[in-house]
Design a protein around this ligand. Structure first.
Ligand code: GAR
Length: 199
C-alpha cells in the first residue's frame, strides 16, 4: 500500500513536506493524486509545478454525500490506497469512510482532544495552555476525532502570537505527518478501542 491521495483546501505546506520526504527517499510512497475542494488553493499549483497529478473538485453548493462520491471517483481512478488530509477543511461522510476504512489520516494543529475545529492555535492561546502541538489521527465521521497515531508537543511562550505559535507547531506537523504515514504504510500498529499500539 503506497499510493497516497492528498486532500487539501489551502496553502499545502504539509503536502509539500510529504512530497519532499518522498523525493528525498525518506518515505517509500508515491503521491497518486492531489485533490482540492477549493480551485484557488495554492497547494494545487504547488503540486502541478512538481509534476504531480492535481485536480480541483469544487465543493461549493454541494451536499456532503454527493460531493464525497465525486471525491471517491477521483481517488478510485488513481487507485489511491491511503488518503491523507492536509489542511482539508471539510468533514467526510460515513459513506466515504466506509470506502476507506482506517485508510484516512488527518493532521490537526493541537494536542487533541483539546481544541478541535477551526483556529486551534488561537483557541490554545486564549485558553492559556502552556503546551500545545499537533496530532495525526485516523479519521472517523466526527470532527478531529478518531484514534491517535502520533502527537508532538511544543511549548506556548508568554509572548507568542497566533503566528509564532502556528509556525512552531507547523514545523512539528511537517515532521510528524511523514512519520505517521510511514507507520501506517509499514503496518507497524494495531488498534485496540481508541488506542493505537505501535511497534
Ligand atoms: C495545518 O496547520 C493543519 O494542521 C490544519 O490546517 C493547516 C494546513 O496547513 N488542519 C486543520 O486545522 C484540520 N482541522 P497547510 O495547508 O500548509 O498544510
Amino acid at each position: 500500500m503506497k499510493r497516497l491521495g492528498i486532500l487539501l483546501s489551502g496553502r499545502g505546506s504539509n503536502f509539500q513536506a510529504i512530497a519532499d520526504n518522498i523525493a528525498a527517499g525518506r518515505l517509500d510512497a508515491e503521491i497518486a493524486i492531489v485533490i482540492s475542494n477549493r480551485p484557488e488553493a495554492p497547494g494545487l499549483e504547488i503540486a502541478r509545478e512538481r509534476g504531480l497529478p492535481a485536480i480541483s473538485i469544487p465543493s461549493k453548493g454541494l451536499e456532503r454525500e454527493p460531493y464525497d462520491r465525486l471525491l471517491l471517483a477521483g481517488l478510485d481512478e488513481r487507485r489511491v490506497e491511503l488518503v491523507c488530509l492536509a489542511g482539508y477543511m471539510r468533514l467526510l461522510s460515513a459513506a466515504f469512510l466506509r470506502a476507506y476504512p482506517l485508510r484516512v489520516l488527518n493532521i490537526h494543529p493541537s494536542l487533541l482532544p483539546a481544541f478541535p475545529g477551526l483556529d486551534a492555535q488561537h483557541q490554545a492561546l486564549e485558553h492559556g495552555v502552556k503546551y500545545s502541538g499537533c496530532t495525526v489521527h485516523f479519521v472517523d465521521e466526527h470532527l478531529d476525532a478518531g484514534p491517535i497515531l502520533l502527537q508532538a508537543v511544543v511549548p506556548v511562550l508568554e509572548d507568542d502570537t497566533v503566528e509564532s505559535l502556528s509556525a512552531r507547531i507547523l514545523k512539528e506537523e511537517h515532521r510528524t505527518y511523514t512519520e505517521a504515514i510511514r507507520i501506517v504504510l509499514e503496518g507497524r500498529y494495531r488498534i485496540e478501542g481508541r488506542r493505537v499500539i505501535r511497534w
